[in-house]
Design a protein around this ligand. Structure first.
Ligand code: SAH
Length: 471
């Protein structure tokens, strides 16, 4: 280790930035996170720096650099290539840590990649060997640390005396803080659930061995591509003790879960008995009551054709705390990823999400209203009932040429896109042997995408296959 990591107290200390351009701005943004008194030295200032100047958040100490401007400074950045040498000499003469942007030879320190959950701060450095690696690590850790982690640390610091009074020193107190930062107390704090937080906190203060109530997060996993998970979903997967997941959740997503989490599949498998909703609810209740943190991972969004509301009600009825993490629902994810605008000026002002299937076959809808010109809708669970759906729409007077786009296994490597008209929907699905989950869009016209302007089909490499079966 050539560079020793440390945290420098800049409270009310002078920090000098030499330069007024983009680089200087970047350093100023960093310094503005602290309570340093920022002095900028430059002939002219970037607009954003001028804005900070007007707000009184920094001072314009001079147009031309001269060494005395560094007197009493705690730190100096040189963000002007032509002045690196001068700044270095002046800073060294005064014993001030100095950094010249992109010039390690004229620097005594380097700035790490920072993850800011003030007052919790993670700094990453590669000693200049691999900045891209540093940034990559940063975004991975970013995703793991909840935005409110800093607030948790502040809350803990406010409790320290109280805990010292009530919990004996040593193992007992250590395990209290473990539970505070890594267990159920933190889970309820981060979920913003003050009632459970207070309850868990009191229980842990009274007796560390008292069982904690577990909690459940209903987490939307998006349409399939693991990269379409939210940061929050990813974090919860890292924290879960138990993951109860659907059939639509692919291996790529489960890979993001904590290695030692218990995984319970509850999806409907073909030709195998599938758990009933009541059985799924019972599993969630059992695991949470055992004090575990349960993530109920659901395809798309938990509340859209996902029975999330029912699971939530069952848990609440048992006194178990629940929070919900939204996900990209299939109708939105599949459309955007293939370049199919869900609303377009001059085409449709509304889009309806509907289910094609109900418990006893074709779902009941106002087909007359849907068949009117200008209607646009996305049908979930519509493949099996596709023949009945198009018949119902044609009976209700829909133009048989109304455009239809079908996306099967949307956003996954085996995604297929089919285009046809409502009159040829059933045939298109049958001819292409559609078996995976699919969304059927009616009444929408695809936008031109880059695939359309490529000289030859380039999608094969990624496994994406585009079929354009037009009636
Ligand atoms: N809660 C989920 C929907 C569950 S219902 C959501 O918000 O997306 C299951 C239906 O969702 C499937 O029958 C199919 O119509 C649709 N679906 C889910 N994932 C899909 C995907 N990757 N591609 C196409 N359709 C998908």
């Amino acid at each position: 280790m050539r560079y020793f990591p440390l945290f420098l107290d800049l409270d009310n200390r002078k920090a000098v930035i030499v330069g007024g351009g983009e680089e200087a701005l970047r350093k100023a943004r960093l310094m503005l996170k602290t309570k340093a008194v920022i002095h900028v030295v430059a002939p002219a200032l970037h607009d954003e720096l001028l804005g900070y100047l007007r707000e009184g958040r920094l001072a314009w100490a001079g147009k031309r650099f001269h060494p005395a401007l560094l007197d009493d400074a705690a730190i100096v950045y040189s963000a002007d290539d032509d002045l690196h040498e001068d700044v270095w000499v002046a800073a060294r003469a005064r014993g001030i840590p100095v950094n010249a942007v992109d010039d390690a030879a004229l620097s005594t320190f380097i700035t790490p990649s920072i993850i800011d959950r003030d007052p919790v701060v993670v700094a990453i450095g590669t000693e200049g060997t691999a900045p891209v690696l540093g940034m990559g690590l940063r975004s991975k850790i970013e995703a793991l640390l909840p935005q409110t982690l800093g607030k948790l640390a502040i809350a803990a610091s406010g409790l320290r005396d109280h805990v010292a009074e009530r919990v004996p020193h040593g193992n007992r107190r250590r395990s209290f803080w473990q539970r505070y930062f890594f267990g159920s107390i933190r889970d309820s704090f981060l979920a913003g659930d003050t009632k459970t937080y207070t309850y868990e906190l009191e229980a842990a203060l009274i007796d560390d061995s008292s069982p904690s109530v577990g909690r459940v997060s209903l987490v939307g996993a998006g349409p399939g591509d693991p990269e379409l998970l939210t940061l929050k979903a990813q974090r919860k997967l890292q924290e879960a003790d138990v993951i109860v997941y659907d059939r639509l959740i692919g291996p790529g997503i489960l890979e993001l879960a904590r290695r030692d989490a218990v995984r319970i599949p509850v999806g409907k498998k073909p030709f195998a008995p599938s758990p009933k909703q009541s059985e799924i609810n019972a599993i969630l209740i059992r695991e949470a009551k055992a004090g575990r943190y349960v993530v109920r991972l659901k395809g798309g969004d938990p509340y859209i054709f996902g029975r999330g509301g029912e699971e939530q009600a069952a848990l609440i009825a048992e006194g178990i705390a629940v929070d919900v993490v939204p996900g990209i629902t299939a109708a939105l994810g599949c459309a955007s990823s293939i370049g199919l605008p869900l609303t377009q000026r001059g085409q449709n002002r509304a889009i309806t999400l509907l289910t094609g299937a109900s418990e006893d076959g074709l779902a009941d809808h106002d087909w007359k209203a849907l068949a009117r010109p200008g209607q646009a809708f996305a049908i979930y669970m519509g493949v099996n009932a596709a023949g009945d759906i198009s018949a119902a729409l044609l009976d209700a007077g829909i133009d048989h040429k109304t455009p239809v786009t079908v996306v099967e296994n949307g956003t996954l490597v085996n995604e297929r896109v089919m285009m046809c008209s409502i009159g040829s929907l059933w045939e298109t699905l049958a001819l292409n042997g559609v078996e995976g989950p699919a969304i059927i869009y009616v009444g929408l016209t695809p936008a031109k995408t880059s695939a359309d302007i490529l000289p030859f089909p380039a999608r094969d490499e990624t496994g994406h296959q585009v079929l354009r079966a037009v009636s």
